[in-house]
Design a protein. Structure first.
Length: 547
């Protein structure tokens, strides 16, 4: 979609009849404002949605050094973006220009309106998505500022957290940013204080933890309700699908995620074999749309909310979150997925965040321009990473331990790799050692057949070598296979057991289900995870109906 078409979607004009219909459907009262009154301020939470009947509303970006006009809404236009549904703080300021009349409704009423009025829902949701996309494409929108060194592990961690959560930010690299000294003085900080997160001329946080950052920018919220029909742990494709279907079918639903929505799939720069997207879609875009659906149907999503342990109080699972919060579930879905295994080579852990990566997105690609990079792994994730990085790096070395790339990689990716000139496939090869001081400089690789060893100068190694399930928080009563993946269905019923036969996705604990990559025997594909997440809701209804 070209920018011109995107702008027309982002800023539609409602007809007089639609404005009247909106006012009646939403039960909104007509409000009048004088010139220069602020309707929305940066940082406001649960701010209202406005449809302009007369006058104008100017939308301002005040995150940079000077305020900038993003757009001016006239009669028939409306304010807002996806923050209305996600509950995140406003990233803009809205000010009336001239005498102005607006219909205003609270975010909660807006969500009801979108679920009850399909025509208005389509217009508003498409506009919200397009507006956020325009801001991402903008060369002038600043958003949050992250100030720190490219060689700092904490700078990378903060950038990675913001990028994975699709938060708009600008990175100011101490090594390459012009006039960085003047900027530090303006913020009243020194290099020793970095990394810092700032907005406009104010430093918000100095080297924050993920939780501190999530709480400050509204990704993590206190869960006031203590008992839910359904608690989903893990916001990968399976967890997101379960939250959408559960909430849309009337279940009170909360979704707890330790890092960011999307899981491993969320870090893919191009998914081409997911049904309905023949041109491909990035994992982050897919997760973005799913999060919008989750919020549209009223499920609660809390980021940076890792579950530390699980206990059972009578029939209810009790989840203990980091920080002391507890949440009770009538039904629990384990959808924590899996994480890539660490290379068991010298200095690997030392360079995590400063050269060793477990995802290949634009955040990681910043260190790869014009350089040689190494990708380790023979699955689809490694193939997608190699193809993406070939457009950023001078050369990509793809290392596999075996000799057949097609053994575990889709044929379309194998063909793409074979046709890409700056990807070199190294078969029967493994990493021996990593070198560098404050960041990765080089690696040694060895051919396991010939024993030949070679050193490659590189600032980045991308590892996709198999998965370890995120099940360390589960009690022994949840049965797992020898590798730690959760057993479900017939696999957890002992011969001669007279109790109810477990549902297909039910674990050894009644009312606790598992879906997606964390489940033993699951098919490691995005579509399969989405299907399992949706299917789990059928069994949740059956379990709740029998309680």
């Amino acid at each position: 979609m070209v920018v011109h078409d995107l702008s027309s979607v982002a800023f539609p004009t409602l007809t007089a009849a639609q404005i009247e219909e909106f006012g009646q459907c939403a039960g909104a009262a007509l409000e009048r404002y004088a010139d220069g009154e602020t309707l929305i301020e940066v940082g406001d939470r649960d701010f209202r949605f406005h449809v302009i009947k007369s006058g104008a509303v100017e939308i301002l970006d005040v995150s940079g050094d000077v305020p900038k006009t993003i757009t001016v809404h006239g009669p028939g236009a409306f304010t807002g973006d996806v923050s209305h549904l996600t509950g995140n703080p406003s990233i803009i300021r809205a000010v009336t220009r001239g005498a102005t009349e607006v219909y205003a409704v609270a975010s909660e009423l807006l969500r009801e309106l979108l679920n009850q009025c399909p025509t208005m829902s389509d217009i508003v949701l498409q506009a919200f998505v397009a507006r956020r996309q325009l801001l991402r494409q903008s060369a002038t929108f600043t958003g949050l500022r992250v100030i720190g060194s490219r060689y700092s592990r904490d700078t990378f961690r903060i950038r990675d957290f913001l990028a994975k959560n699709r938060v708009l930010f600008t990175w100011l690299d101490l090594e390459s940013e012009q006039d960085v000294d003047q900027m530090l003085k303006r913020f009243g900080i020194s290099e020793a204080d970095t990394p810092v997160v700032a907005c406009a001329q104010m430093v918000l946080l100095r080297n924050p933890t993920d939780r501190q950052l999530a709480e400050t920018i509204g990704l993590r919220r206190t869960i006031e309700q203590k008992v839910f029909d359904l608690v989903v742990v893990g916001a990968g494709p399976a967890g997101l699908a379960a939250a959408v279907y559960g909430a849309s079918e009337g279940l009170s639903t909360v979704l707890l995620e330790r890092t960011a929505p999307g899981g491993q799939a969320g870090t893919s720069m191009r998914i081409e074999n997911y049904l309905g997207f023949p041109m491909g879609i990035t994992g982050s875009e897919l997760a973005d749309r799913a999060v919008l659906q989750v919020n549209k149907f009223g499920a609660r999503l809390s980021i940076s909310s890792p579950v530390s342990s699980l206990q059972f109080d009578g029939r209810y699972p009790i989840l203990h979150l980091d920080g002391g919060e507890t949440v009770a579930a009538k039904c629990l879905l384990i959808a924590t997925g899996a994480q890539y295994r660490r290379l068991e080579v010298e200095n690997c852990q030392k360079f995590e965040g400063t050269g060793v990566c477990y995802a290949a997105t634009m955040n990681e690609a910043n260190m790869c321009h014009g350089a040689d990079v190494v990708v380790v792994g023979g699955g689809n994730s490694a193939g997608q990473a190699a193809v993406f990085l070939s457009g950023q790096a001078r050369k990509v070395y793809l290392l596999i331990r075996g000799d057949d790339l097609g053994k575990s990689m889709s044929s379309y990716l194998v063909h793409r790799i074979e046709q890409t000139d700056n990807i070199e496939l190294l078969r029967n090869t493994e990493v021996q050692c990593l070198y560098g001081d404050s960041h990765l400089d080089a690696i040694d690789i060895r051919n396991v057949g010939t024993g030949e060893q070679v050193r490659i100068d590189t600032p980045a190694l991308f590892s996709f070598i198999g998965a370890v399930p995120r099940t360390e928080w589960l009690p022994p009563s949840i049965a797992t296979d020898p590798r730690g993946f959760v057993l479900t269905g017939p696999a957890v019923q002992s011969p001669g057991d007279s109790r109810r036969q477990p549902y297909l996705l039910e674990t050894s604990q009644p009312g606790v289900f598992a879906a997606g990559d964390v489940r033993a025997g699951s098919v490691k594909r995005v579509a399969s995870a989405v299907g399992e997440g949706a299917m789990a809701i059928k069994f949740v209804h059956e379990y709740l109906g029998a309680m």
